[in-house]
Design a protein around this ligand. Structure first.
Ligand SMILES: [Zn+2]
Length: 236
């Protein structure tokens, strides 16, 4: 019998694949993605990422649908092609060695700000300043092209969450949970600001309050341990 092609087995342990699949389901449940939107990646070794496949409804993925790629974008394992937005993810890992997970979604209200040429206003929501930080807006680049990675790469050096003009948003985190929660908080904050604008004129926090929040965010980030070690040990 002729040998048949068998993709290399996924190295990521079941619990880690399950965690990634759960994040995808949560993004769909919160309507941060629709149809085949969105993609998620997680660092599982020094040169290995676990990523979502191209072209699936991400809310209903199976743990065996995931794909493993190198940081150069070469497919290492999995039965499907990797996400077509791999370049967006690789740009984050390239720009920031502390990044261990990336979530790309299409949050409705947050993305709507970019249609007006705006970002999410900074200095108005305390929790957003603590958990997400200043949100950058990357200039428009066509989805699925190398250009998209190129426009976000420099912004990731200073920001954890970037809006993609006329497209969506991307969040990088030191853990899967951090990147996931940043995406949720981005949309939640955008909805509050949208609601406030319908009521009247937004009043910014005082400079001293903003400085204290930025300092608190810096302190929290320097102090809290990354779960990267767990993820990488999980690959043993
Ligand atoms: Zn997209």
């Amino acid at each position: 019998m002729a040998p048949t092609f068998r993709p290399h087995r996924l190295q990521a342990p079941f619990v880690i694949r399950e965690a990634l699949v759960r994040v995808c389901a949560a993004l769909a449940a919160r309507q941060l993605i629709a149809g085949q939107d969105g993609n998620v990646s997680l660092r599982i070794g020094p040169d290995r990422l676990l990523v979502t496949p191209s072209g699936f409804a991400k809310g209903a993925l199976d743990v065996d649908d995931l794909v493993e790629v190198s940081l150069a974008g070469e497919q290492l394992a999995g039965r499907h092609p990797a996400t077509s937005e791999l370049g967006l993810h690789l740009a984050a890992y390239d720009a920031r060695p502390d990044v261990h997970a990336v979530v790309h979604a299409h949050p409705v209200t947050a993305t709507a700000f970019t249609l007006l040429g705006e970002s999410i206003p900074d200095g108005v929501l305390a929790e957003l300043m603590l958990t997400v930080g200043t949100v950058a807006v990357a200039p428009y680049a066509q989805p699925g092209t190398a250009a998209l990675g190129n426009v976000v790469r420099p912004l990731f050096r200073q920001h954890d969450v970037i809006l993609l003009a006329h497209h969506g948003a991307v969040a990088a985190g030191r853990s899967l949970q951090e990147a996931h929660f940043a995406m949720e908080s981005l949309e939640h904050g955008a909805r509050m600001i949208h609601a406030a604008r319908q009521l009247g004129r937004i009043i910014s926090l005082e400079d001293a309050a903003c400085d204290a929040l930025r300092e608190a965010r810096r302190g929290a980030r320097n102090g809290s341990a990354s779960d990267a070690a767990f993820m990488e040990n999980g690959n043993d």
